[in-house]
Design a protein around this ligand. Structure first.
Ligand SMILES: C[S@@+](CC[C@H](N)C(=O)[O-])C[C@H]1O[C@@H](n2cnc3c(N)ncnc32)[C@H](O)[C@@H]1O
Length: 395
């Protein structure tokens, strides 16, 4: 249907935008480089989308899940490691390794090659830069976690939302995950240690290979606080396996004081122990905060897991401590969405939180949420990661 193509004049304008963004990228330095790269990527994507035939694009869009399916099949076949070190693996080798029917391997690799995860040559298949992350087991764990534990609840949304009258989930109604599975995700993971293990590995995948926790300049800011040995520098609330605090510690060895990571005991049971320089403390975020005098109360990827009502409830365990002790700071790390024109990455991450009753928020939603607890945004810190660090203060 040629008449549904974008007219050439519009495409020429999009090309001009790409060139302008490319010039901005070339000129950018420091932190601006990340913004400029993102801008160039957005403009290039707009140009690519304008070149699609809209009717034909409906199909690949519906079946994007085929890519995570094929990733999962390769994990089951134990094939990812065979591509280590940029190795090209031939079809004959793949058949020998898997004992699978050739037609199955052809079709699965066709999908992954089309998704730019592999490149195909007469010699066989090689991972592209987009495929390299799958050499990291944490990314495979995340694919598996989403594929089996989260995506089914997303697929159930048209039914479950209709059944719940298109009302946002509340504490009383339970989460869409519960609507689909009859139990809350965190409760379910608590009674399925193998899946909790997967969740913990999947959480590392968010920042695998990137600097994580770099939105906040830990070294400079904590350096100003004159923290002494024995004092609590940071409590990372629901900090999982402690990987972020481990990294902050490593990057800023000069920071004194204790780094405490709190989480459910079932999550700690899924890992071998706390990383060096970090202490574990079992704690349910909805119960009174046992550490009364930390310099920093830190929540990363927690607010996006919960509704405003739940966030307000667990913030109620920390806000009195901020009031009692002016030295204490509250830092929240999550996405801060743009008010309009969210990217695919932003939107995917937001809707992926829906099954567990959470959401990603824009600045006004953060402001509204914090006001319910007598807080406001002091500063939004940004670094190289997509997440921002929202520093809060009392109203
Ligand atoms: C999305 S993960 C984030 C983990 C970590 N902060 C990070 O950035 O990787 C959410 C964490 O919340 C923990 N969690 C869920 N419910 C909790 C509760 N009621 N009390 C304490 N931790 C909880 C989970 O065990 C999990 O480690």
């Amino acid at each position: 249907m040629a008449d549904s193509y974008t007219p050439p004049a519009e495409i020429a304008a999009l090309v001009a935008n790409v060139n302008k963004a490319a010039a901005g990228f070339e000129a950018a330095v420091g932190g601006d480089l990340h913004v400029a790269r993102r801008n160039l990527q957005l403009e290039a994507q707009k140009l690519l989308y304008s070149l699609e035939e809209p009717n034909i694009e409906v199909w690949p869009r519906i079946f994007q899940v085929n890519v995570s399916t094929a990733v999962e099949i390769l994990s089951n076949l134990g094939l990812w490691e065979k591509f280590e070190g940029g190795k090209t693996v031939s079809m004959a080798e793949l058949l020998e390794l898997t004992k699978a029917d050739e037609i199955i391997i052809i079709r699965v690799f066709r999908q992954l090659t089309a998704a730019h995860i592999f490149v195909e040559s007469p010699a066989g298949f090689t991972l592209t830069p987009l495929g390299l992350p799958y050499l990291n087991p944490d990314h495979r764990a995340f694919n598996n976690l989403m594929f089996f534990d989260i995506i089914p609840a997303i697929m159930a949304m048209p039914r479950t939302l209709a059944e719940h009258g298109y009302k946002a989930p509340t504490k009383e109604s339970g989460t869409p995950y519960k609507w689909a599975h009859g139990e809350e995700l965190w409760t379910w993971l608590g009674s399925h240690p193998d899946r909790a293990l997967n969740m913990v590995a999947g959480m590392r995948s968010h920042n695998a290979g990137n600097v994580s926790g770099d939105a906040y300049p830990w070294g400079t800011e904590l350096g100003k606080l004159n923290i002494k040995d024995g004092e609590v520098a940071v409590v990372d609330i629901a900090g999982g396996q402690g990987h972020i605090m481990e990294e902050v510690r490593k990057r800023n060895p000069e920071i004194k004081g204790k780094f405490i990571v709190q989480d459910l005991q079932s999550t700690f049971d899924a890992v071998s122990g706390p990383p060096e320089g970090v202490e574990f403390m079992a704690h349910d975020i909805f119960t009174p905060q046992p550490v009364k005098d930390a310099y920093i109360y830190y929540y990363r990827h927690i607010f996006h897991d919960w509704s405003d009502a739940d966030c307000t409830t667990f913030l109620g365990q920390v806000v009195p401590l901020l009031k009692a002790q002016p030295k204490s700071k509250l830092l929240l790390v999550d996405l801060v969405l743009p008010d309009t024109n969210a990217t695919m990455q932003d939107a995917v991450r937001d809707l992926s939180m829906f099954p567990i009753g959470g959401l990603e928020r824009n600045e006004s939603q953060w402001t509204e949420l914090l006001a319910k607890s007598g807080l406001k945004i002091k500063k939004i810190w940004r670094g190289s990661e997509p997440e921002a660090c929202v520093e809060c203060e009392l109203l």
